[in-house]
Write a new protein. Structure first.
Lengths: 321, 416
């Protein structure tokens, strides 16, 4: 061996084989899943929609880089794609008319306060996107209101109308809602496209399918209870599932790994409570769309769900250990 | 179901490879490096001692560990605390006494030895008896390939099955297990003459069913049932080889793999991996990874002059870029993939963190001892954390801690 040239081997830890999936590939698949909704939003609103989405993603990536620099962590320019997703999801909740400063403030808040303050991707206790969204939504309700764009469109906000005039006055079919013919967040309003993307990431195993399934089931069940009690005042289950940002919340916001449980039963509980909260906030709360707030609330509940114990291997049936 | 979903049907997890070629004898090695940690050198074994195949080099004080024999003609070039190094030589160049030395075959089957006496004889012939000599009600012989990528189990069940048959006879005579069950992949056709009188269990050959604890669960439907234990077919085959030949165990069967290719070789103990790669015509470049053992639980090697030791199951080369590289300090992102896939329902996510931040007391509360070392957690980790390695670190540290706790303080003398 001595006469051979020395080879520098890479030493690594087992397992040496890997499924090949990385944070970056997960992010790219998620962005791909969000693409249909983004395209539809641009088709509906034109350049202003593209402006909001691009600005939000750019601001999110730059905030992450700045925070990493301040923390003395390894410098990246958002290569893993996670901050771009946070930015894009935030843009999906904003109207096309959102002024630039509110977009930048929201994205910076989402990444800076929502994520980096807790140590980076995967350490946040509450969905980072929603932290940024709540910051600007509560502070500046007027420019955040999609109704400000009413002059330039024929679309109506189904949730605002439901709140003001009751279920009969809405006049939008489930198909209209599914095809995105509603006024709301840029991407959140494109329920059908979001559903497609959501099914894609669930089928690829990027999110656990149980959470969106439980979330939508919880929404439908709670809405049904109200609807059966008084069909004139309350909208049906399909309206609540396809209207507003329920679909986006179920597939993309509630499933964020760090703030959702990881075992099957806790996931179902987590999702069902979230779905129920959507309808409860929409019915009794002071904000028309309850989905983002519902997700933030169940995020706080996730650690509680996680303490539901499992039987470790061999404990249930009298094993030896 | 949940595993399929997570792994996205990795075809490599199917543990049958339709591999029936007989094992190839690897070329005689030019250098040997034998592990001697824990062994006591035999009298007269020192630097420049000339050795012959089957010559006793060192004994192990434990009854569970086989003694160490030379596997070539040669000269001991160096001995350090860990290894014995041998340069192989042409017998004609050695002294007459070494050249003509013959190891007398010892026929274990005809000897009539039973029980502990048989265990001792097997140990003296170089076979590790830890798992062969387990005391239990039912001993399952794990006839599945232990890990994806390792491919010698199928030939052991057909072309090379006389060894298994002989070993089963010996296991019955050792008599420490009340019942023997041979677990084989579903659809295997068994030669009933060789496996006469042994119960056969058919198991779905899908990783991680080849892990002993999970295999027993597959067979019985019970998790960790009382009185059941397992032994790998590799070890059983070695026992059978010794029984048939009567000579000390000097060779081990390994799978040499690279990418999707694999081939089984019978390799002499202590063969230097660099020589092995050269003989197999495999080129190693900067940045490649080589490892001893299986692709799931093996051990990465830092240099080409490491060797194949007794009981090694495989040797693999992985080209740079085949899998995403591992960044040592990448933090956990809480995606939950490992929690979801763990077959023993422990929480590798938290266990790896406890080890990362040296909170071993917390590992204890999180059932660290249930880990069956399957490595699926690291396989699915999208952050490329060495999850399995962290759990192994915790297990090692806690074993040390327990060992220290068992120490009895010495009473000072003359204080009355």
């Amino acid at each position: 061996m001595s006469d051979k040239k020395q080879v520098l081997l890479a030493v690594s830890a087992p397992p040496f084989w890997h499924c090949g999936r990385t944070i970056r590939s997960f992010s790219l698949h998620t962005l791909l899943a969000l693409a249909p909704a983004a395209v539809l939003a641009v088709m509906q609103w034109g350049i202003p929609a593209a402006r909001v989405m691009a600005l939000a993603m750019l601001a999110a990536v730059l905030t992450e880089t700045a925070c990493r620099r301040a923390m003395g962590a390894k410098m990246t320019w958002g290569e893993d794609g996670t901050s771009a997703i946070t930015g894009l999801l935030l843009a999906f909740l904003l109207p096309a008319s959102a002024p630039w400063w509110i977009v930048v403030l929201g994205a910076a808040g989402a990444v800076g306060i929502g994520r980096m303050a807790f140590g980076g991707y995967g350490a946040n206790p509450v969905c980072a996107t929603l932290v940024g969204w709540a910051l600007i939504y509560v502070s500046y309700p007027l420019p955040m209101d999609a109704s400000a764009t009413l002059l330039s469109t024929d679309l109506i906000d189904p949730l605002a109308k439901l709140r003001a005039f009751g279920a009969d006055a809405v006049g939008l079919s489930s198909l209209d809602l599914l095809l995105g013919r509603q006024l709301g967040g840029l991407g959140a309003a494109q329920s059908g496209a979001i559903l497609l993307g959501g099914i894609y990431i669930a089928a690829r195993g990027i999110v656990h399918w149980q959470i969106p399934a439980a979330f939508l089931l919880g929404t439908a069940a709670t809405a049904s209870v109200f609807w059966i009690a008084d069909p004139a005042a309350h909208a049906g289950p399909l309206f609540h599932i396809f209207g507003g940002s329920t679909m986006l919340a179920a597939f993309f916001l509630a499933t964020e790994g760090s703030c959702s449980p990881h075992r099957v039963i806790p996931m179902w509980i987590f999702g069902l409570i979230g779905g129920a909260l959507v309808v409860i906030i929409r019915t009794f709360g002071s904000y028309p769309d309850g989905a983002p707030f519902a997700v933030m609330l169940i995020n706080l509940l996730a650690p509680m769900c996680s303490v539901i114990p499992t039987f470790p291997f061999g404990y249930r049936n009298g094993g030896r250990r | 179901m949940k595993q399929r979903h997570q792994i996205l049907n990795d075809p490599r997890f199917r543990l049958v490879y339709d591999e029936h070629r007989p094992f190839t004898e690897a070329p005689a090695p030019r250098h040997l490096r034998l592990n001697r940690e824990g062994f006591t050198l035999a009298p007269g074994v020192k630097k420049k001692t000339q050795v012959y195949p089957g010559m006793l080099l060192a004994t192990h004080p434990s009854m569970e560990k086989g003694d160490l024999h030379s596997s070539v003609y040669g000269v001991i070039s160096d001995i350090n605390v860990r290894s014995i190094f041998i340069d192989s030589a042409d017998p004609a160049d050695l002294d007459g006494s070494v050249r003509d030395a013959v190891v007398e075959p010892f026929d274990l089957l005809a000897s009539g030895l039973e029980g502990d006496a048989l265990i001792e004889a097997v140990k003296k012939l170089g076979v590790n008896t830890k798992s062969i000599g387990k005391k239990c009600d039912v001993l399952v012989i794990n006839g599945l390939n232990p890990e994806p990528g390792v491919a010698w189990a199928e030939p052991m069940l057909d072309g090379h099955c006389p060894e298994i048959g002989a070993a089963i006879k010996l296991l019955c005579r050792i008599g420490r297990a009340g019942r023997l069950i041979l677990a084989v992949p579903e659809g295997t056709v068994i030669d009933s003459r060789e496996f006469d009188g042994i119960e056969i269990a058919y198991v779905e050959p899908e990783y991680p069913n080849s892990i002993g604890e999970l295999l027993i669960k597959r067979i019985t439907g019970i998790e960790l049932p009382e009185g059941w234990d397992y032994v790998g077919i590799h070890n059983v085959w070695s026992l059978g080889r010794v029984a048939l030949r009567g000579l000390p165990l000097m060779r081990t069967v390994i799978t040499i793999g690279r990418g999707a290719q694999h081939e089984n070789f019978i390799v002499r103990n202590g063969t230097i991996v660099g020589d092995l790669l050269e003989d197999a015509g495999i080129e190693v470049e900067n940045g490649d990874t080589i490892f001893r053992g299986g692709p799931r639980r093996g051990e990465g090697l830092d240099r080409l002059d490491r060797s194949i030791t007794k009981g090694a199951i495989g040797f693999f080369l992985m080209k740079a870029g085949e899998v995403p590289p591992m960044d040592g300090d990448s933090p956990c992102i809480n995606c939950g993939a490992c929690v979801h896939i763990c077959p023993t329902r422990i929480d590798p996510r938290m266990l790896s963190r406890y080890a990362e931040f040296a909170r071993f007391d917390m590992s204890r509360k999180a059932y660290f001892g249930l880990c069956v070392d399957c490595g699926l957690c690291g396989y699915v980790c999208i952050a490329r954390r060495p999850v399995l390695q962290y759990i192994r670190l915790a297990i090692a540290k806690l074993e040390q801690e327990d060992a220290i706790k068992r120490l009895v303080p010495i009473e000072p003398i003359g204080r009355n």
